[in-house]
Design a protein around this ligand. Structure first.
Ligand SMILES: C[S@@+](CC[C@H](N)C(=O)[O-])C[C@H]1O[C@@H](n2cnc3c(N)ncnc32)[C@H](O)[C@@H]1O
Length: 232
């Protein structure tokens, strides 16, 4: 049971834990644009970095590929050696539908799994807005690191711990996107214990401990932070 902070007299006792099911999958882009600061900016930055640093036949996997927005964008920029992984069958169904419009065989390169792929190597691994949902973060990061070739790139975006000042600005961001206070509070409650943010410092420590000796912050907005990591 949860109290609504905006309307303290109102009690939510029907709030269900957040899941990436069919309802979200079918309207994922709208949901992402309304809740993720710099959603498209980070995707564009990711693609620009890959275009400038990878050959066009470089292998790239998008972890938590969701509805396939990043993979589709990469494909349109000429990258063809692309893979996606996501734990949600409903998300992958939407991704498969979107990506089959450009390559009818794309669905065979989309993997449904809660754990990272084995026995594959990549020039780049992308993990935007996904690792914070994965309880076994360290194991997952280690598997990503091991899959990268020497000088391979890892781009990670995480929601990090927000101070009250930043959380208030984040609420304003969502209000600007047209969300009601009730919708904002409900999603916050749904994500409790499902999306687990770490501080920026903890993320940096985790990445360093995993073996990434070069880590840079390349974007940050209202606590959503993008790290560029290189496996030297
Ligand atoms: C916010 S979305 C990611 C958005 C996406 N990267 C993009 O650029 O549009 C988070 C995704 O992570 C997926 N996810 C959650 N836990 C996962 C896990 N253990 N392994 C892979 N994907 C996972 C969800 O199903 C969801 O599609």
């Amino acid at each position: 049971m949860h109290k609504n902070k905006e309307y303290p007299e109102k009690i939510y006792n029907d709030v269900q834990e957040w899941i990436f099911g069919a309802e979200i999958a079918n309207r994922f882009t709208d949901e992402a644009e309304k809740h993720i600061p710099d959603y498209w900016r980070v995707i564009e930055l990711t693609i620009n970095i890959l275009k400038n640093n990878l050959p066009q036949d470089g292998s790239i996997i998008d972890v938590g590929c969701a509805s396939g927005n990043t993979l589709l964008y990469l494909y349109k920029q000429g990258f063809k050696n692309l893979f996606g992984i996501d734990s949600s069958p409903e998300m992958l169904k939407v991704a498969g539908k979107n990506l089959s419009k450009v390559d009818k065989n794309f669905a065979s390169r989309l993997f449904q799994s809660k754990t990272f792929v084995q026995n594959m190597t990549f020039n780049a691994v992308l993990c935007n807005w996904t690792l914070h949902f994965i309880p076994e973060r360290q194991e997952y990061l280690k598997a990503i690191f091991d899959s990268l070739v020497s000088n391979g790139l890892f781009i990670l975006t995480e929601k990090t711990l927000q101070s009250q000042i930043i959380e208030n600005q984040y609420i304003l961001f969502k209000q600007d996107k047209g969300l009601s206070n009730e919708e904002i509070e409900r999603k916050k409650q749904q994500l409790e214990g499902v999306l687990v943010p770490l501080s920026v410092r903890q993320n940096l420590e985790l990445l360093t401990k995993t073996g990434f000796s070069q880590v840079e912050i390349i974007n940050a907005k209202l606590g959503f932070v993008t790290f560029l990591c290189i496996k030297l």
